[in-house]
Write a protein that binds this ligand. Structure first.
Ligand SMILES: Cc1ncc(COP(=O)(O)O)c(C=O)c1O
Length: 384
């Protein structure tokens, strides 16, 4: 089914069968399965069944995914690696850093575990990892990054939107601070991409990573890594694979000659089924358009926060729409019980720390927000 540009919410709800029986507000964990993504998996199976190995077509699909990610990021396809996960992309980046010259890696306290753990793994190569901590209000200010970044810093990692609190960070300012000290800047944007209108050039970062599981509406096993084009000649990842070679089908094992473009950060055989699903999920986001999605989601999160205020709940996520995205976190006295209680009423949310996570996307509508608020009012004692 075609989706008209700007059509979100009720206009495309019937694309997502789960809403026939469930109030789903957990896209920060997994986006909803659409008819289009289901059909894409079928298409993959049909082609495999009909033709056996469709390698040429499958490689073409991987290139289509690279181009789709690039459009979403406002970048060139030559600046995008197709990965299986954020972990692959981040490991590729750090493997290309000269940590002898610059041993410091700065990470925010809100990094997803994989980013923090990969940074600390570099201690085996002599790295020194510095954490930037949040303020009492949960925000992480650029000034705190400034204190941690020095002339020995190779990489600064920040997360565009925190998976733990929903805070949206001043990525452009953090990138500027990194560059002033000669360091590179990575923005893990998994919790943002697909739900906000993303402009990589305006942010000025060197690397952006994310994947298709959440707001890109597809499956596990497909991600991307943006690398600023100008940096590519100077970045040689030692984490690699044959799909990163300058000529994949030469099958040459006499040397390491990576592709000139960001494909040098690809690795092994592309995750073909996930690429079919990913292209379908991305096409929904592209059809609707990220400006319309962002505006729609902003309306929903504002309605939610106003309702939570009326309940006297402690909203952890900033009220300023510029400082949040699709994820709203609210403090709970017993979050496990709260998530289970909501699930029993077929309302799907999730938890991190002691926060209930409610995340809203293009397919959610005002009634979803009202259903969640009514349930929270019934279980008010589980909110702090
Ligand atoms: C901010 C963020 N980064 C990374 C990931 C996942 O990383 P990977 O693709 O390596 O599993 C997630 C999702 O679970 C996430 O929320």
């Amino acid at each position: 089914m075609a989706i008209e540009t700007g059509k979100v919410g009720a206009a495309l709800r019937d694309q997502f069968p789960i809403f026939e029986h469930t109030t789903y507000a957990n896209s920060c964990s997994q986006g909803v399965l659409s008819r289009r993504v289901r059909a894409a998996y079928e298409e993959y199976l049909d082609g495999w069944d009909a033709n056996g190995a469709e390698w040429e077509h499958w490689v073409e699909r991987a290139e289509a995914a690279r181009a789709a990610f690039a459009r979403l990021l406002g970048a060139e396809p030559a600046e995008v690696a197709v990965t299986t996960s954020v972990s692959q992309g981040v490991s590729g980046i750090v493997s290309a850093l000269d940590l002898r010259a610059r041993p410091r890696i700065v990470i925010s306290e809100y990094e997803f575990p994989t980013v923090g753990q990969i940074a600390h793994a570099q201690e085996l190569r002599g790295a020194e990892v510095v954490h930037v901590r949040p303020e009492a209000d949960g925000s992480i200010r650029p000034e705190r990054f400034a204190e941690a970044i020095d002339e020995r810093t190779a990489l600064v990692c920040c997360t565009t939107i925190s998976y733990r609190t929903g805070h949206r960070h001043d990525v452009a300012e953090i990138a500027r601070l990194a560059h002033d000290a000669g360091a590179l800047c990575l923005a893990d944007s998994y919790q943002a991409i697909g739900a906000i209108d993303f402009d990589t050039r305006a942010l000025g970062v060197d690397f952006v990573t994310g994947g298709t599981v959440k707001y890109l509406l597809a499956s596990a096993g497909l991600g991307f890594l943006y690398v600023r084009g100008k940096l590519l000649p100077g970045l040689l990842p030692s984490q690699t694979g044959w799909f990163a070679d300058e000529d994949i089908f030469k099958m040459d094992i006499s040397d390491y000659s990576p592709a000139a473009d960001a494909r040098r950060f690809d690795a092994g055989t592309p995750p073909v089924p996930n690429i079919y699903a990913g292209l379908a999920g991305l096409s929904i986001v592209e059809d609707a358009g990220t400006p319309a999605i962002e505006e729609h989601v902003r309306g929903l999160t504002t309605r939610l926060i106003e309702g939570l205020d009326e309940l006297g709940a402690q909203v952890v996520t900033p009220r300023d729409p510029e400082r949040r995205g699709p994820l709203v976190c609210v403090k709970s006295t017993d979050v496990r019980t709260l998530v289970d209680t909501l699930a029993a009423a077929r309302i799907v949310c999730s938890e991190r720390d002691s926060n209930l996570r409610i995340s809203l996307h293009l397919y959610n509508v005002d009634e979803d927000v009202d259903t969640i608020l009514a349930a929270l009012a019934r279980h008010r004692h589980l909110l702090a």
